[in-house]
Design a protein around this ligand. Sequence first.
Ligand code: PEP
Ligand code: MN
Length: 342
Amino acid sequence: MIAVVKQEATNDQLQGFIAWIENRGFKTHVSQGDNETIVGIIGDTTQIDPFLLESMSIIERVQRVSEPFKKANRKFHPEDTVVDCGHGVLIGGGNFQVMAGPCSVEGKNLIRIARLAKEAGATMLRGGAYKPRTSPYAFQGMGEEGLDLLLEARAELDMPIVSEVMDPRDVQLFVDKGINVMQIGARNAQNFNLLKEVGKTNTPILLKRGLSGTIDELLMAAEYIMSEGNTQVILCERGIRTFETRTRNTFDLNAIPVLKHLSHLPVVGDPSHATGYTRYVRSAAYAATAAGADGLEIEVHDCPSEAWSDGAQALTPEQFADAMRRIKLIREAITADLSERD
Ligand code: PEP
Ligand code: MN
């Protein structure tokens, strides 16, 4: 971290600042230029609040040199992390996976949808048993019964299951039931107690970006999980809030290459929540694939008009099957070795 000291600061003030920093266990390196004096602060500067330094009268500005996320940072872990989701399904490091299924687990139709999704090429089954709904009067999910339906589908189809956990008190239940991947939803992306709780498990985590979360906030949320010991984190771009109202959210496609540059964790795109309308989901899925995502999470329902949540953005199994064929071609195009070509 570097602190730029104002030109008008006296030497006494500068020495006072240096003493303040060093008293906290950091080393300093002062570089006196013609126009400004820069104090380099050496040590674990994640412990320093840059805003506090900037509030000091002699400080012009403060800049971090290294990012505050360490465990999620590619600088300290250059190779891609490969997350083992169970049932032979790996994601990251060149392994591309598609999680598909209804927004909510609604009952016996789950197995029907799951069979069709698998047939079309889905490699993981998603379904929410605990649903974060904007209205307390909307369907809140089937709870434990919903998890059991996912387990039944998994037993028949031999594919890992992904489901959202909303409450730290439910984490142990998910672990006891052997849910393969716990999803942290956008609304809980900064629920630090929940992040710490899932961080104490060995279960892979699908971590969604917050509704208005920055890329750095997403990485710091991953850091919360990883700092507790769980390094099996998959990042998910699911659209963010902007001024645009034509779609449910604005799909931040940039986030995919940016996250892959900054972090070694696998990155997936969720074109369903990113757009909110079935008619746009496939385009967004293709774009995320082309942007280099390690996978996709797509909502699929065999009768979207009867879905208990998010029917407006569900693909039918036929639409999903068509999308999967094209996604496969896009993957082939972007991973092709062109070195032999003219
Ligand atoms: C979901 O996956 O159904 C969901 C609620 O997603 P998000 O947290 O991204 O809104
Ligand atoms: Mn949904």
